[in-house]
Design a protein around this ligand. Sequence first.
Ligand SMILES: Nc1ncnc2c1ncn2[C@@H]1O[C@H](COP(=O)(O)OP(=O)(O)OP(=O)(O)O)[C@@H](O)[C@H]1O
Ligand SMILES: [Mg+2]
Length: 294
Amino acid sequence: MSCAEVTSCNERPCEIEVVGLSRSFGKTVAVDRIDFRVGRGELFAFLGPNGAGKTTTINMLTGLLKPDNGKVLYHGELFDPKRLTVKQLIGVVPQHNNLDPELTAAENLLIHGRLFGMRGKQLQERIATCLNFADLTAKRDIQAGKLSGGMKRKLVIARALLHHPEVLFLDEPTVGLDPHSRRKMWAFLRRINQEQNCTVFLTTHYIEEADTLADRVLIIDQAKLVTGGTPEQLKAAVGNYVLDIYNEEEIQNEFFQTRPAALQRLEQLDTSVRIRETTLEDVFLKLTGKRIEP
Ligand SMILES: Nc1ncnc2c1ncn2[C@@H]1O[C@H](COP(=O)(O)OP(=O)(O)OP(=O)(O)O)[C@@H](O)[C@H]1O
Ligand SMILES: [Mg+2]
């Protein structure tokens, strides 16, 4: 891997540092010696196809899984999942909702708060604040199992925010949501990042999610990091404009730094051609030879 941006913190104080992190399951190498840093306050997306190693990585960053090798540091200190102070620092939204469907929205938060040592009026106020922030006040006494998919997802996020974490981890926050709910969730995650002053680390296999939402994107494929940087940097590295050249059986791509350069090339071609801006899907395809989204 060559991209210097992968290991920088985008000029912010370093919140998380990952060095040589690896994990295998039997003969399957799920995460293979990855290094990166996340800056304080960044909205950071870990983008990759199914089975790339995203959940395994997030599980090691949040203490759910032990690495075979390598280390994780928060604010320069080695991560010890048993220490309460670091547990207080992070909030986790797992890939699959793990609410208690029989309990109400408020009760789900109450149990979480107690686990974090919150009690009494302070806990009740915080539950009200988090439900309100997630636009779920009207649903506080509804059983979690009876909420819509988007509401359940928001409730899991509200629960993760309850103890004022500094870093919020979300594993595939919008999987299973329809396009409209997905866009609403993006706005919600932006608000968490900006209004709650939370560093946000999310995994996704949706190109558009990483592209529109993230300050910085790290691309992972087959357990290894492919590249990283801001969406603009990643696109500029392959060329900001692309020609889709329609041949008999396939579409060929040619990349150009500027639109005039792409247009000049287009005029030389006598086949069917389309000019468009480069996407992160093009970046992934160029670097790995595959598509992310099936
Ligand atoms: N508990 C486990 N036991 C055995 N293999 C596992 C286990 N967890 C993950 N793997 C394997 O490790 C690899 C990475 O899996 P991981 O869940 O981290 O991928 P992912 O990027 O989160 O994929 P998805 O987008 O489907 O959630 C896969 O080959 C997977 O089959
Ligand atoms: Mg996963």
